[in-house]
Design a protein around this ligand. Sequence first.
Ligand code: SAM
Length: 215
Amino acid sequence: MDPRIVANYRSPEGAARYEVLYRGRLHKRISDRVERRLIQRVFDRIGPQGRILDLPCGAGRLFPELARHSAWVVEADFSYPMLGRCRRNTEAVGYVNGSALALPFRDGSFDAVFSARLAHHLPDSLERDRYIHEVARVSRRWVVMTFFDEFSLKNVVRVLRRPFNRKRPKVAISTTGLHAVAAAAGLELLESHPLSLLFSGHRYALLRKVDARDP
Ligand SMILES: C[S@@+](CC[C@H](N)C(=O)[O-])C[C@H]1O[C@@H](n2cnc3c(N)ncnc32)[C@H](O)[C@@H]1O
């Protein structure tokens, strides 16, 4: 991950900015609302859950959506300032400081791992693979995660405009790429839904542990 992004998330100022990000500008508020609806759709599909891990939890923005589906949610992040804010904003059963690349949980500790807006911060494919292996390892059955879609309109436009504006490329993965990495981690990709076809490149993917398939 870009060391500037790491430093920002780990700083009290960065955490304070992130806490209010989705309550500010209109397009952020709309995106937040659409995202919550999409999360409900995915969780309605898999039904109520026992233990859920919210990783990375940030300031706890999406905790209420998870709490609708489980009375036992653990919040985890590698930033102490984020966790501090999360603790004030949520009523989870636990708050854990840890890296998504080496999760401090035993195999199969959770029925579902929810992981929003982290994959697109991991440009190194080995780190990304490691992260996907870790969420797969600590989940008993489900992984719900976001990725930034290489073939989304948002990304294609960004790539085409790059020679003119020199904006940094986004860390994007194709659905086929995710499929392959997930399979190597013992997950099957069941569905993936765009946050918005026009305005966002993020997708929510629903994955299931291969060894948790119904007989
Ligand atoms: C874009 S925020 C997403 C937070 C939350 N999921 C949300 O959607 O509001 C990214 C979060 O990832 C955390 N983070 C970044 N790299 C991490 C890592 N390797 N392990 C754990 N947390 C990480 C940051 O501290 C930050 O809280």
